[in-house]
Design a protein around this ligand. Structure first.
Ligand SMILES: NC(=O)c1ccc[n+]([C@@H]2O[C@H](COP(=O)([O-])OP(=O)(O)OC[C@H]3O[C@@H](n4cnc5c(N)ncnc54)[C@H](OP(=O)(O)O)[C@@H]3O)[C@@H](O)[C@H]2O)c1
Length: 308
C-alpha cells in the first residue's frame, strides 16, 4: 500500500489554515458543503500525513528556520498560507509586510526546490488594480494598489514556474475575524450595518477553498489558478443576504460608497476584482455559488429563522 502524501501547511492557525488541516485529515469542517469535492473524491483520514505549522512553530521570515523545517519534515507538498493579511496596517508597516509576504514566500519556494517538494502558495485579487471592468483571468496584467497587494505580487514573482500559485479573494470562514462574523453578530444583536456597494468581487468560503487546495495537493499542476466561489457580489449584497437569512428586514444593511467610510481606509482596494475561474472549471467542478456558501457559513454560526 502506498504511504500517505506528506503535507506541510504554513499559517496553520489562520482562518484557511485551520480548515485546510482539518480537511486534509478527512474531517468535514463547519461551513463545508458535505457532498461537494471539486474532483469528486472525498478525503480519507489516511490519505495525507499533515504537519500544520503555526507562526510560533515556524517564522517564515527566518531563512534558517524555514530550511531546517522543510529539510527535517521532507514533505511531498507545502501549502503556504502564512501571510501578513492586515491590509490597512500594511500601509504603515511595509517592511514587515514584504518580509512575510515576499521574502517568506521566496524562502519557501527555495526550500521546496532544494528538497523536491511541490509548493502551493496562496495569493490575492489585490494584485489587480480593478480597472479591467470584467472578471480577471490568470494572465491579466497586475497592478497592485496597496502595500499588501504589492507584497503578495512580489511573493508570486519569487516563486518558480513549477510552483502552484492560487489567487483567491474575500475569504471568510466560520472562525476568525472576518466580515461575515461581524455581520452575523450585528444581525443577531439587533444592530444595523453599513457596507460599501461600489466594490465588486468574489467571495471565497474557507471550507470550499480548503477542498480546492486538496485537489491541487493531489494534482500539483503548477502555474497560476484563480479560485473563488461562483458569482460576483458587493459587501452590501453579502450583508443584506445574510441579514435576510437571519430574519432581519430590509433596513438591516445600508449601502454606502467607499468615500463615505469613516475613518477612510488606509489602503486602496480595487473597485472590481472578481476572479474568473474559467481555467479551474476546465479541470474541476466550480466552487458553489456565493449565496450557497454564505448560507452555509451563516447556518453553521446560527440557526436560521424558521429552523427548529
Ligand atoms: N483573508 C482574505 O480575505 C484573503 C484574500 C485573498 C488572499 N488571502 C490569502 O490567503 C492566505 C490565507 O489567509 P487567511 O485568511 O487564512 O489569513 P490569516 O487568518 O490572517 O492567517 C495568516 C496566518 O499567517 C500567520 N503569520 C503571519 N506572519 C507570519 C510569519 N512571519 N511566519 C509564520 N506565520 C505567520 C498568522 O499568524 P499570527 O496571526 O499568529 O501572526 C496567521 O495565522 C494568505 O496567503 C492570504 O494572503 C486571504
Amino acid at each position: 500500500m502506498s504511504r500517505p502524501v506528506r503535507v506541510v501547511v504554513t499559517g496553520a492557525s489562520g482562518q484557511v489554515g485551520v480548515d485546510l488541516v482539518d480537511t486534509l485529515r478527512g474531517r468535514t469542517v463547519r461551513g463545508a458543503r458535505t457532498s461537494w469535492h471539486p474532483d469528486g473524491l472525498a478525503v480519507h483520514s489516511d490519505e495525507f500525513e499533515v504537519l500544520g505549522l503555526s507562526h510560533h512553530e515556524l517564522d517564515i521570515t527566518d531563512r534558517e528556520a524555514v530550511q531546517r523545517a522543510i529539510e527535517r519534515t521532507r514533505p511531498d507538498v507545502i501549502v503556504h498560507l502564512a501571510a501578513y493579511t492586515a491590509v490597512d496596517r500594511a500601509e504603515g508597516d511595509p517592511d514587515t509586510c514584504y518580509a512575510v509576504n515576499a521574502t517568506g514566500t521566496g524562502l519557501l519556494s527555495r526550500a521546496a526546490k532544494e528538497t523536491g517538494a511541490h509548493l502551493i502558495t496562496v495569493s490575492t485579487d489585490y494584485v489587480f488594480d480593478g480597472s479591467k471592468g470584467s472578471a480577471y483571468v490568470e494572465e491579466d496584467a497586475t497592478n497592485p494598489q496597496s502595500v499588501y497587494g504589492a507584497s503578495k505580487l512580489a511573493g508570486e514573482l519569487l516563486c518558480r514556474e513549477e510552483d502552484t500559485i492560487v489567487r483567491t479573494s474575500w475569504v471568510m470562514g466560520v472562525r476568525g475575524k472576518n466580515v461575515m462574523n461581524v455581520i452575523v453578530d450585528r444581525a443577531q444583536s439587533g444592530e444595523q450595518v453599513r457596507f460599501v456597494n461600489d466594490q465588486t468581487g468574489s467571495v471565497t468560503v474557507a471550507a470550499d477553498l480548503a477542498r480546492a487546495l486538496v485537489t491541487l495537493v493531489r494534482t500539483r499542476p503548477g502555474g497560476r489558478w484563480h479560485v473563488a466561489n461562483t458569482g460576483t457580489t458587493t459587501w452590501f449584497e453579502i450583508a443584506r443576504y445574510a441579514g435576510e437569512l437571519l430574519g432581519r428586514d430590509g433596513d438591516f444593511a445600508t449601502p454606502i460608497a467607499t468615500s463615505e467610510l469613516v475613518p477612510a481606509p488606509a489602503a486602496q482596494r480595487p473597485v472590481r476584482s472578481d476572479l474568473s475561474t474559467a481555467k479551474w472549471q476546465l479541470h474541476w467542478e466550480p466552487l458553489p455559488d456565493w449565496r450557497d456558501a454564505v448560507t452555509r457559513l451563516v447556518t453553521d454560526r446560527a440557526p436560521l429563522v424558521g429552523d427548529a
